[in-house]
Every structure is written in C-alpha cells, then in structure tokens.
Ligand binder design. Structure first.
Ligand SMILES: [Zn+2]
Length: 444
C-alpha cells in the first residue's frame, strides 16, 4: 500500500506553509475518475490551485502523499441521519441538554471515521419542547473550522411534524401538526428563535407534506429563507406535488417510502422525476439504499429517470452500530434489530435503517451498474448542490473545503460484488482517521 509520510515530517510541515500534495491518486471529478494530483492547505483547510502554487508562487509542497493509485473523493454528506452509536437526536436525556450536547459531539467523532465529513442531524416528529431544546445544538457547526470536532453539522433536518397522518411511517401520529398559518405555524412549533425570517436558523431542511392546509405558503417562505423544503411522508397526488415544486420545494424525502406508489394514471410524487413540464425543475430525491426499504431495481428506475437528483441517505437511527436485539423506542413501542433490518415489534413496520453511508455507495454501485464516480457523486456533489453548498462542499475544486476521503474499491472474483472501503478521512485539510494505522490525526 502507499508510502505514508513519516509522522515527524508532518509535524515540521505544519509549522511551515502547510501545503500538502496528494499524488498517484484517482480524483472524483463529475462522473469520472481522473488521474491527477490534488493540493490542499492544512492551514486554511481548503483545496488549492496546484498549478498556481507551483508556477505562480514557486512553492513546493511541504508534504507529498502517495496514495498508491487509490481514489480521493470529497468527504461524504448524509442529509438524513436520525442518530447512531446509541444516540438519538430526537431524545433529550433526563439529565438535560448538557448531556445532549455531549452526545451530539460523540456522534460527530464516530461519524467522521466512516467518511461522513458533514451531515444533517435529523429530528423525527416531536412535540414542540423537544425542538426548542434540541435545535440549538444541531445548527451548522463548521465555523470554527476545527478538524478535531469530527463530522460537521450543516444544519438540522426537521422531518415532520407537518406530515400526513396516513403516511406517518414510524412517526408518532399524536404529535403530527397542520401548518394552518404557514410559516407562523412552523415557527411556533420549532421555536421562534429557531425559525424567523431574516435571522440565521439552525434548520437547513424541513420535510413536510405539501397537501396539508397552509403547507404551500410555508414552502414559499422556507424557499425565500434558503431552507430546503422537501416533500415527504405525504399522500400528495402528482398535481399536488407539482404545485409544491412551483411553490419552491426542491427535494423529495426518501423517495418511494411513506408516499403513494406509482400508478399509471396517477404517478404521485414519483412522477416529478419524469415531468416534461418546463415550468418546474425536477427535484432532488433521497434514496435509502439498504436493500430493505426499496428494491434495487426500483432504485435503478429512479436513477435513470433523474440521475442528477439522486442523493443516497442512510436514514440511520441510534441502533446503527449496535448489536442485534429488542430495544425501547421513543414513543413507548419497541424495535427489533436483526442485522440492518429494524422493525416495530407490534406491527412489523420498517422502523428506519442501521446502514453506513459508504455501504449505501457499495449497494448502489452493485445494483445499478453506475460507475464508482457516479455512485460517489450521489453522496458528495449532489447533496452539496441540493443544500446550496456547491463550491464549499462536495467537490474537489479550488476554494472548496478540504474534506476528503481516501477510498479503496475491493473487487470480488468474477461475478462477485465490489465493496467500497474508507481508508483515510481528512477534515479541513487535516487527517482525522486512518484505517491502516488507527492513528487519529489531530486528536492524538
Ligand atoms: Zn421518514
């Protein structure tokens, strides 16, 4: 495997210009893998223009890292993560929000090791007091640009409670609400300090059902505030979904799950991917590629309909990474975990996922025949664009954050499946995880 730079060299480097050059690697660029070098700064935590440094400023890199032909990708982005490693973003511990904040930090440290360098911590439908307590801890966390903090929140994803009681999935139907007064209803629920026009909000994305009374003006307001309105847990018809997109919705939450199925006379929300209408643009859509929520062929159909919009999500909850067994769930019911499959004990309904994002990439690759770069785009460039963060995240482009993953693709024997493995993770230009030596970069 590649020759690692000696640790003592790295220490000297950090006191100099901090310029690092990755070489002998395949860069993820669009839908291609390109054999090119990548230059970054461990001081600014950003990607540099290598040509300019070499020829313009005559600066040699302080450190050259030979990746032995492996893939260098932007860090992975998960826009729907309910919890993991035993922690649930929707549960405020009995001993208060201080413990909650520590729990979030713990998730961030664990998450980054799997290659997820940024994400949207996601709250399921809750009573207002939970949002009031939790949201202040879930807002964008990257302003310090501190690699030691682990994975970075890009803002919270509020999945509900403005959803259809007919498509609630595992959400507690007793806490669902109707946005009668548009944005005012949303502000009252999430807390005025968390959602007010012209003020920064910890919320980045809201999943809601557009057919509910008041939902369309709420979507218009969210769009004007730069908050992504995503159609989900909805009984909307194709026409209703189209109206939501015209109002400013730009995304669909876990396409196919918790919505009407495709019918040849009413294509439902899925129909948005095939719209020929010039008045609306096709929305982004989340896909849970865990082999449980959606059939692989259905994923392929959605991808073929709108490849530029597909975003792989885990929808993972706190049992991700935990042993098999029966666990208490938030609203008094219990969940059975068997491998990646999670079901409600009382009715067998699918109750979320426990998959890692890199494994969604592996599944997608094997199921759709997409190239490695195409599969990685669905967890990097596409979610970044969906969140309005193009140029900052999700691309190996000058000026973007140097959030990176080094990946190996293990090829099986003929006819066997490929597997994508995270070898290294870099956050803001600093290595924070290395599978090979277990070193934890800056945190040591
Ligand atoms: Zn859901």
């Amino acid at each position: 495997m590649p020759s690692a730079v000696r640790p003592d060299t790295a220490v000297v480097v950090s006191r100099r210009s901090g310029v690092i050059k990755f070489t002998n690697c395949l860069l993820v660029k669009g839908t291609d893998l390109v054999y090119e070098d990548l230059w970054i700064s461990s001081v600014t935590g950003k990607i540099l223009n290598g040509q300019e440094i070499l020829y313009g400023h005559l600066t040699a890199p302080d450190e050259i890292i030979d990746l032995g032909g492996r893939i260098l990708s932007p860090g992975l982005i998960d826009v729907q993560l309910n919890g993991a490693y035993g922690f649930d973003f929707s549960v405020i511990p009995e001993d208060g929000t201080m413990t909650y904040g520590k729990g979030v930090q713990q998730v961030n440290w664990n998450l980054v090791r799997g290659g997820v360098t940024s994400y949207l911590p996601t709250l399921t439908s809750q009573r207002p007091e939970v949002y009031h307590k939790a949201l202040p801890y879930l807002g964008p966390s990257g302003s310090a640009r501190d690699p030691a903090l682990g994975s970075e929140s890009l803002g919270a994803h509020c999945e509900g409670p403005f959803m259809s009681p007919m498509k609630n999935g595992i959400h507690n139907v007793d806490v669902l609400q109707t946005p009668h007064d548009g944005l005012s209803s949303l502000s009252a629920c999430y807390g005025p300090s968390n959602l007010t026009p012209h003020a920064p909000s910890p919320i980045k994305l809201i999943t809601l059902a557009p057919e509910l009374p008041g939902a369309l003006p709420a979507i218009q307001s969210l769009a004007s505030m730069g908050i992504v309105a995503s159609i989900g847990h909805s009984d909307a018809t194709y026409e209703e979904a189209k109206t939501a997109v015209q109002a400013g919705a730009t995304s669909i939450t876990h396409l196919f799950n918790a919505m009407k199925p495709l019918h040849h006379r009413n294509p439902g929300i899925f129909g948005l991917l095939g719209t020929a209408s010039s008045s609306i643009s096709k929305p982004y859509f989340g896909i849970i590629a865990d082999g449980i929520h959606i059939h692989p062929t259905t994923i392929k159909i959605a991808y073929n309909a709108h490849p530029e919009g597909l975003v792989l999500v885990t929808d993972a909850m706190r049992l991700a990474g935990m042993p098999d067994g029966v666990y208490d769930w938030t609203n008094g019911s219990r969940i059975v975990k068997k491998g990646a499959l999670l079901t409600l004990e009382e009715n067998g309904k699918i109750a979320g996922s426990s998959i890692e994002l890199v494994d969604c990439v592996t599944n997608f690759l094997n199921w759709t025949g997409a190239s490695v770069a195409e599969a990685l785009k669905a967890v990097t460039e596409t979610p970044a664009r969906m969140l309005g963060l193009e140029g900052v995240k999700g691309l190996l482009r000058e000026g973007a954050d140097a959030d990176l993953v080094v990946l190996d693709v293990l090829e099986g024997a003929v006819g066997e499946e490929k597997k994508v493995v995270v070898d290294q993770v870099w956050k803001f230009g600093v290595k924070v995880h290395d599978r090979e030596d277990g070193r934890e970069g800056e945190r040591v």
